[in-house]
Write a protein that binds this ligand. Sequence first.
Ligand code: PMP
Length: 360
Amino acid sequence: APEYVRKIAPYQAGKPIGELAREYGLDEASIVKLASNENPLGMPESARRAMMAAMDELGRYPDSNGFDLKAEIARRYAVPQDWITLGNGSNDILEIAAHALLQPGESAVYAQYSFVVYALATQAVGARAIVVPARDFGHDLDAMRAAIEPDTRVVFIANPNNPTGTFAPAQAIEAFLASVPPDVVVVLDEAYNEYLDPGLRFDSTQWVRRFPNLILSRTLSKAYGLAGLRVGFALAQPELTGLMNRIRQPFNVNSLAQAAAIAALGDADFLERSYEINRQGKARLQTAFDALGLQYVPSYGNFVLVRVGDAAAVYERLLRAGVIVRPVAGYGLPEWLRVSIGLPEENERFLAALPAALGR
Ligand code: PMP
């Protein structure tokens, strides 16, 4: 295997509930998992019904081209179908973009504390990473623009970002896009877009029409509640979409996922409930952190990054109390934990366990 593959630190997913229950001798049903930025409402009922109806066709391959799902996305985002790439989760989109655009001898730019898959995808193709120091835990877009080198082919931006929850306003992203050399592709990852408050929302798809070097990435894993099914998609002009389509595995999105995604995209009611429960839960957690005198990064996503001191110890004590959160030492944040927003009762379980876990 190439040296650059040997050097990759594998992705660390949150431990499954069952595994932790066995390890810590806990009752599985009583465990609260606030570790993977999942939707606490679970999956939409509309998607469940669509999947059940699609079950009879599982003996056949899925539609490799995802015609019906692309038609739904095309309608909702007002783009032609040949501007859409479907992914097995948006992680797949990020990987496809890296494979299509990067090779050894070239570089990708991304921010310190930005989503770990940018590093993994860059390393997997043997390209060089240019990691730009964060500013106030977020993307320093001016510094990222300045960090672009002649061999840079891709810039990854997460907006909002995971694990910090920071957000760059539309004008800042737009100015960045306008300033990037046309032969550098910007992958704008908007996995948490649907959690933005109405006043901050903007039509980022208009940038896809304006900038031929933009790949916009979205996911059904968060506000749409389909993390387990693995559906994401990219919007980009036909030339970039054509490149990604060469790299994409045939049948990368399975038939149940395609059916469920069509239903979820049309379920405005579920989306609104996801937003609302997240808004309230986030306010509750941030207020509680204020009361405890804990520093946190004001979040635009469905999670909050909070400074707890010895995060490894606090994480461990929370686990023993049946609450799973996410350590972020791997990001270079050993004093911080990332807590996903749960249902009201889940947030309360976490907050009830927190003071003791902090050793107070
Ligand atoms: N981008 C960001 C910023 C994320 O936080 C995540 C989920 N952890 C993803 C992409 C990938 O999510 P998925 O593959 O489930 O679409």
